[in-house]
Design a binder for this molecule. Sequence first.
Ligand code: ATP
Ligand code: MG
Length: 592
Amino acid sequence: MWPREAAARRALLGAVGAGLLGGLLAIGQAFGLSRLIDGVFLRGADLAASAGLLAVLVGLAFARAAAGAVGDVCAQGLATRTKVRLRARLAQQLVALGPRFSSGERAGELVRTATAGVETIDPALSQALPQALLAALVPLAIVAAVAVADPLSALVLFVTLPLIPLFTALIGSLAAARTAEQWSTVGRLSARLLDGLQGLPTLVALGRADDYAGEIAATAERLRVATMRVLRVAFLSGLALELLATVGTALVAVQVGLRLLHEHVEFAPALFVLLLTPEFYKPLRALGAAFHAAMPARDAGQRLFAILDNGFQRRDEPGAGPMGATSRTELLRPQTPTGFRAEHGAVPPEESLAIAFEDVAFAYPGGRAALCGASFHVPAGEVTALAGPSGAGKSTAAALLLRFFEPDTGTITVGGHPLSSFDAEAWRERIAWVPQRPHLFFGTARENLLLARPAASSEQLERAAALARFDEVVGELPQGWDTPLGEAGARLSSGQAQRLALARAFLKDAPLVILDEPTAHLDAALQASLARSIRALCDGRTVLLIAHRLETLRQADRVVLLAHGRVVEHGAPAELRAAGGAFARLWAEAPA
Ligand SMILES: Nc1ncnc2c1ncn2[C@@H]1O[C@H](COP(=O)(O)OP(=O)(O)OP(=O)(O)O)[C@@H](O)[C@H]1O
Ligand SMILES: [Mg+2]
């Protein structure tokens, strides 16, 4: 766990150096105090003779307090620095992993890992890491000092020394299982909470809200039990450590006392040894405490590093082994701003966005094939409509084109080049996408629209809004453009949200347009009125239009009909109607 970042290394060295200095100062204090008491009580030294030593002792006390403070600041600095870097890397990794990773039930767990999970690393870094080094260094320095004054006492200390780490390790293995249980219960609780809160209207409507509350209460109770178990182990280990330290101190005290009685040892070194013995056990006891404080970091760390390593393994999946060796060291490595980009490909061509799906197959993790051997063209500068029944794979084709996922087999080419050879971000720059379920972010209406092009002028903003008839929506909002839309755009109806998504597409003004049922949530009048704007958006651009409405399909240059992940028909709409196949049947069945 040695940090690679220079600043973190300095902080760790500072913490350990200050702790070691504190230990040496303690030796000095014990030495000075034993001399002072020896001088005043046994040798009759007066105040004048002791003044120098007294001054030195006061100085040592101040220096020791200062060393302690510097050590704490350094240790906290190390932890804070590392947490910031860890969160940054986690965010980058989640972005790099894309929607495939962060969607669905996983969101709650991810939030917990990124917030509470990272927080648990703090005690591991600020306490356990420096204490581990100090527990090795300070007792050795004290044993050496005691050995000079009284070798027999040094021997006693030396013999009891390994007992403490031994006990800590024994109890630690007991605590590990308990802590893992506690952590996974916390995980279940936060995942259920988030899931339930998001689906609360559904639960209430189905009359299941009470069951949900009961389930949360039961999980919370399990968490309480698990937490008490962890605490019991922690108390047990604290007890054992204190007992060992007390017995060790007593052993030293008894043998020094007996030898003092029989005048086998002088008073000053005996007192020196007695004063130093508690200091000897102090770092080891602190290590024991730090060890327990750092326990949760073990499990949270495993989850964190699993995400940083490959992102796609859950704890319960085979192969979701312990933390990967790479990330653990990489965590503390200096950050390179581009280090997280998964791919560095060629820049996609400016024009010639002719797109071809060639034998593309794709299955969602753990799901059936959503596309199986689909081949079709999206000619440059034309509108290609993708039609077919629900679940046919239309949105999946759009997701592949957006490179949210990579095809399992087959290729997608753009202007004859494989899509995978392009830099994913540069590629998405070329695309205006209106998703089937547009997502609105926590922020104002303006911020939500500006996401599509942050540098847009207010005229461009207004124009895009007018084209999508989102200006009417804004006009009705209490604070107009500055109205906060709340989480997931809670303030807008789905039709209004869809118009915002369309406005984003107008604002983005990209050469490739992907529209996933852009008017599905709109009433007939709005649909008709937006049709012209959408035609204007499509004009001169390469368009993949996912649609059900026959009127929309009729106006497309080509129609690709999908069913069960396969292309069943494709061609110009008029041709397909004349051919009398599936498309013609769809046409005939449609209400007039
Ligand atoms: N995130 C996902 N995880 C697992 N399976 C998915 C996921 N999204 C879609 N699927 C499955 O993939 C198949 C194709 O889904 P897709 O969303 O592409 O259909 P679609 O043609 O867009 O349907 P619709 O017209 O209802 O939007 C379906 O069987 C669906 O259950
Ligand atoms: Mg869809």
